[in-house]
Design a protein around this ligand. Structure first.
Ligand code: PLP
Length: 436
């Protein structure tokens, strides 16, 4: 047989030796490893409650009707050719106006870049700003910075964060890197913790970035930028306000790159519309880069998204609904974990603030399952999967080597009843362990 069929192992190894060093060492998501085990168990007939997925079940979380109908209408209207490389003007204007109405900040539509989701914008921002060996500083755990820094060959500096600071780094942690970093990264609400940065923390950081840039400008050094991923900001679930760099310090307009989109707030991960807002020269560079990759958001979806963002009534109605759906489920977990803690199990959860995630600590390190002592978070995760049919992601999957048995529980693909049953199974499984 000839054609593109599976090569022998030796041939595959030799062909792979032709990969670039970056591609050869780039890892896929470690969550996919857990997903593969879940599939195996489900295929074997087990009931598995999968809390690993950072996505939405379309049956439980349909996208807004306006988006679905608007996309179809845009296809019928023939919007099927290339969109402008930086996005259609109607969508860039809709984003700018929405930020003005909902965040109270002024944005020039010319500085809005549209792409097929938030990922290409993160990729473009990293590639536009960070050269080989440049220092990039981000919190650990956080989502995918380990991969993006690897792609651009950055000098990655991880700041370990924990529950005592709501999983956000304090200024003291950034301070040693202020002089020579090219990029700071923040994400709020944070994947994986579901926690949100507080105004005073962001304000202090922004003021420091501005002062540092005034110094750099005076001596002709390159500026320091803040990459701010706020993809979950419309999914704030409680009383904590969402804050953004320009909102807390208007001088940040020169130094902040926002990354955002419809994937999470409108449960539209497969629709692929994201946007960024950045200072003019950066927006232009990112647009050039994205143009060459061709990572445009689909043209009809751009029209439908523009119309949706312009429709405050539709957006508010949908957000009220999806926030309730996410919050109810997260609250079920929070209450149950709190009850388990009251019953003497070494577990705790942080109250839900935003996104579709809850941070849960399940610290049974050193406890025994039969003859086996559970030591690592991976072992604890596997125990819960095998013994309780519940799949969770350790914070290690987000680059946190120091995480003390914290896990991300995601509620985008689980119904309330299945969740309650699953948590009962977790309690029973933890109850079967022997304390050290
Ligand atoms: C923090 C964060 N940023 C960006 C993304 C990617 O968003 P998109 O699907 O729009 O590319 C995700 C997806 O999980 C995320 O968690």
């Amino acid at each position: 047989m000839s054609g593109n069929v599976a090569p022998t192992a030796a041939q595959a190894e030799w062909l792979a030796s032709g990969l670039s060093p970056m591609a050869a060492s780039l890892r896929g998501s470690s969550i996919l490893v857990i997903a593969a085990r879940v599939r195996e168990l489900v295929a074997g007939g087990a009931e598995v409650c999968n809390l690993t997925i950072g996505d939405f079940d379309p049956q439980a979380y349909p996208i807004p009707t306006e988006l679905r109908v608007g996309t179809k209408r845009a296809y019928d209207a023939g919007h099927t050719n290339y969109p402008p490389a930086n996005g259609i003007p109607a969508l860039r204007t809709a984003v700018a106006k929405m930020y003005e109405r909902r965040l109270g900040i002024t944005v020039d539509p010319a500085n809005v870049s549209v792409a097929s989701g938030a990922r290409p914008l993160l990729f473009a921002a990293y590639n536009a700003l960070v050269g080989e060996g440049d220092k990039v500083v981000y919190a650990s755990p956080s989502w995918n910075n380990n991969h993006y820094t690897q792609i651009v060959g950055a000098n990655a500096v991880k700041l370990p964060v924990g529950p005592e600071d709501n999983f956000f780094p304090k200024m003291e942690a950034f301070a040693p890197h202020l002089r020579d970093a090219r990029l700071f990264f923040l994400n709020s609400p944070l994947n994986p913790s579901g926690t949100m940065i507080r105004r005073e923390v962001l304000q202090e950081l922004c003021a420091t970035i501005v002062t540092e840039n005034e110094r750099r400008r005076a001596v002709g050094e390159k500026p320091l930028f803040l990459l701010y991923d706020q993809i979950y900001w419309m999914l704030r679930l409680g009383d904590v306000e969402h804050v953004d760099p320009i909102g807390v310090d208007p001088r940040m307009a020169d130094y902040a790159i926002y990354v955002d989109g419809i994937s999470k707030a409108f449960a539209a991960t497969g629709v692929r519309v994201g946007w960024g807002v950045s200072p003019a020269p950066l927006a232009a560079a990112m647009n050039r880069l994205l143009g060459h990759v061709g990572a445009w958001a689909p043209h009809p979806e751009q029209h439908a998204t523009a119309a949706l963002l312009d429709d405050d009534e539709a957006v508010d109605r949908y957000l009220a609904w999806i926030r309730r759906e996410a919050r109810d489920r997260l609250q079920i977990i929070f209450d149950k974990v709190s009850a388990m803690a009251d019953a003497g199990l070494p577990v705790r959860a942080l109250a839900p603030e935003g996104a579709i995630y809850l941070s849960v600590q399940i610290d049974v390190r050193g406890w025994k399952a039969g003859d086996k002592v559970l030591q690592t978070t991976a072992e604890i995760g596997n125990y819960l999967l095998d013994e309780a049919g519940v799949a969770v992601v350790p914070f290690d999957a987000f680059g946190a080597t120091h995480a003390q048995a914290w896990f991300r529980l995601s509620v985008g693909a689980v119904e309330r009843e299945a969740l309650a049953r699953a948590l009962d199974r977790v309690q029973a499984a933890l109850g079967r362990l022997q304390r050290p």
